[in-house]
Ligand binder design. Structure first.
Ligand code: 5GP
Ligand code: ZN
Length: 113
């Protein structure tokens, strides 16, 4: 979709640090890391939010979430992982191309971040 920042990332019109890609999804580092290793998973097709996803689109996104969460946890040696998805401005969504956040969490002794 024109003027969508995540569609531009998919099309390599703007750069990103990509971690994983298949026919349906792309995983890349969030530009503004809530914690070290903060990753976004997006469908390659443009859907505004969760309410636009059909069953096939949802399956194609979510079937990879556990594996990617585990890979991020191991790569960054995190103690835990938050999976977050904001839908709608009132819920904190700022980019209106559906995405799932993988946010690694660290123990206090590891310095939180
Ligand atoms: P939301 O607030 O919509 O749930 O999350 C949008 C996320 O996209 C934010 O965490 C923000 O940092 C990230 N983001 C916005 N623009 C870019 C960009 O150009 N590149 C990357 N890698 N992340 C972006
Ligand atoms: Zn888009």
């Amino acid at each position: 979709m024109k003027d969508c920042i995540f569609c531009k990332i998919i099309n390599n019109e703007i750069p990103s640090f990509k971690l994983y890609e298949n026919e349906y999804i792309l995983a890349f580092l969030d530009i503004s890391q809530v914690t070290k290793g903060h990753v976004l998973i997006i469908p390659k097709e443009h859907y505004k939010d969760i309410h636009e996803l059909d069953e096939t689109a949802a399956k194609n996104i979510f079937k990879n979430v556990p594996e990617l969460a585990t890979a991020v946890k191991e790569a960054f040696n995190a103690s835990g992982i938050n999976i977050v998805n904001n839908n709608g401005e009132a819920a904190g969504q700022t980019v209106f191309h559906y995405h799932v956040h993988i946010i690694p969490r660290y123990n206090e002794k590891d310095g939180f971040r």
